[in-house]
Design a protein around this ligand. Sequence first.
Ligand SMILES: C[S@@+](CC[C@H](N)C(=O)[O-])C[C@H]1O[C@@H](n2cnc3c(N)ncnc32)[C@H](O)[C@@H]1O
Length: 332
Amino acid sequence: MSRTASDVELGLRQQLNTLVRLYVGQIVKSVTETEARTLEPHFQRFYRWVQQKVRESQSEEIPHEDITSLEADLSSTGVDGLMLSRIGHDILPIMRGQKQPLQLLLKDKLLFDYYPNNIHTSPCFPQVEIYVRHSLETAKQKLNILELGAGTGGTTRAAFRAIGEYAKQRGSVADRVHYTYTDISAGFFKEAKARFKDFASVMTFQKLDLEALPSTQNFDVGTYDLIIASQCLHATKNMTRTMAHARELLRPGGKVVMVEGTREALDISFIFGTLPGWWLGEEETRQLTPCLDVPQWDEVLRATGFNGTELVVPNCDSEELHTLSVIVSTAV
Ligand SMILES: C[S@@+](CC[C@H](N)C(=O)[O-])C[C@H]1O[C@@H](n2cnc3c(N)ncnc32)[C@H](O)[C@@H]1O
């Protein structure tokens, strides 16, 4: 079920957008086209995105806000403002290679707090939880779940809320579910094992790179009932190839439930656009954003052995204001 954004949330989003508009204005004033050509390749793409945002905002009225006071206001409201102002405040040295954005994102473990609690992603977790619960209750046999790009486990937590509730009712779930936790980096597994230790008996941890066929990475392909993929698919070079890899893992009739950006969130693009991984997309349509809109997802899914966007739940019920969506599709 979709949800209505509160006035407070809409106000916050508006302030975040204003701050991004101010930052991009500042960037084009300070970085010339000539200097932009000397930047690292991913910052050259970031700069093209910045220019596009400046062009788009020429017709928009930007409130005469002062960057410093808006940064101060937003930093006290939560992870969204804190993260945006942390990156924005240093955006020029970041683009010039004098400061490392990843270090800033990770400082005080802010990134770990940001993933599960930011304004865009947090409304999607209850949807994933409901879907996992529904899958457990309707499964005719043991449910074989695999999570792609599980990373710090923000979405895994939602899945295990559902599994935990189900376990409370049944006493045990060992005969009802198995969960394979994967990521391109095995470095996440130690912390995840500790975090989900109560479910150790139903979990396996295994490295999986979405850029390569799972059959070449020691996976039992065609055996999984449910794939969970939250904000990791866009971090790959070619979405058709990536989804074909995901499809290889599923049995016919298996489902993928994904959380992905389906309409641009300016603050997310600005923050993560400073990282090379944001700019891996090779397709024509992914030059200014790695994300796909819903019709593009439908096309990719149909081309890769799925039935298209069977179910789409945006993170708020307004077409114009939603940013991320939970999408479900079935392997045909
Ligand atoms: C934005 S994080 C999302 C983490 C997690 N899904 C969550 O919801 O908290 C993106 C994750 O995708 C992983 N990733 C990036 N490229 C990948 C690839 N080629 N194959 C598998 N995982 C990848 C990263 O290591 C990272 O953990």
